[in-house]
Design a protein around this ligand. Structure first.
Ligand code: CU
Ligand code: ZN
Length: 180
């Protein structure tokens, strides 16, 4: 009797370990790489490509842009992946699933979409590369299907709820990219 109980207990323990391992593993088909290809709006020639790659500490955001005015330009994820309006107002407001105030990418409380600014050199090119601990690919706060916008003016990280970044000069939609 005692032996049977021991065998049963051992079996249960093994089963629990296996179940825990399954729970910890990422779900099949879970996304780890997103991409947005940005196209220009009216009166704009700004283009760009932005990659979002899952890392241990968050999501690495890398991007390259052309056709910008030299200087600083607000750079956000907006709530809708809808770039259909010529002025890109169809992309809605900053993506903000947690109901936080607008802020800088380094702020503890900020819109999930607050990726800060990109800085263009005199040739109109800009690149960005940083790891964002606020971005997610899973659940309600997933960035997949949302819009990426580059603005005409700098994001001041203060003005609510936009950062006073002005017009929208490029727009793209975050899609699922091939994992590498
Ligand atoms: Cu924006
Ligand atoms: Zn914001």
């Amino acid at each position: 009797m005692k032996t049977i109980a021991l065998v049963l207990a051992a079996g249960l323990a093994l089963f629990s370990v296996a179940a825990a391992a399954r729970a910890a593993a990422p779900a099949a088909g879970s996304v780890s790489h997103g991409i947005a290809v940005l196209h220009p709006g009216k009166d704009s020639v700004v283009k760009g490509t932005v990659h979002f790659k899952k890392e241990a500490r968050g999501v690495r955001v890398t991007g390259a842009f052309t056709g910008l005015a030299a200087g600083t330009h607000g750079f956000h994820i907006h709530e809708f992946g809808d770039c259909s309006a010529p002025d890109f107002t169809s992309a809605g407001e900053h993506f903000n699933p947690t109901g936080n105030p607008h802020g800088a990418p380094t702020d503890a409380k900020r819109h999930e979409g607050d990726m800060g600014n990109v800085n263009a050199t005199s040739d109109g090119n800009a690149t960005i590369d940083y790891v964002d601990s606020h971005l997610h690919f899973d659940g309600a706060p997933s960035i997949l299907g949302r819009g990426v916008i580059v603005h005409a003016n700098p994001d001041d990280f203060k003005t609510q709820p936009t950062g006073n970044a002005g017009g929208r000069v490029a727009c793209g939609v975050i899609g699922i990219a091939k994992s590498e």
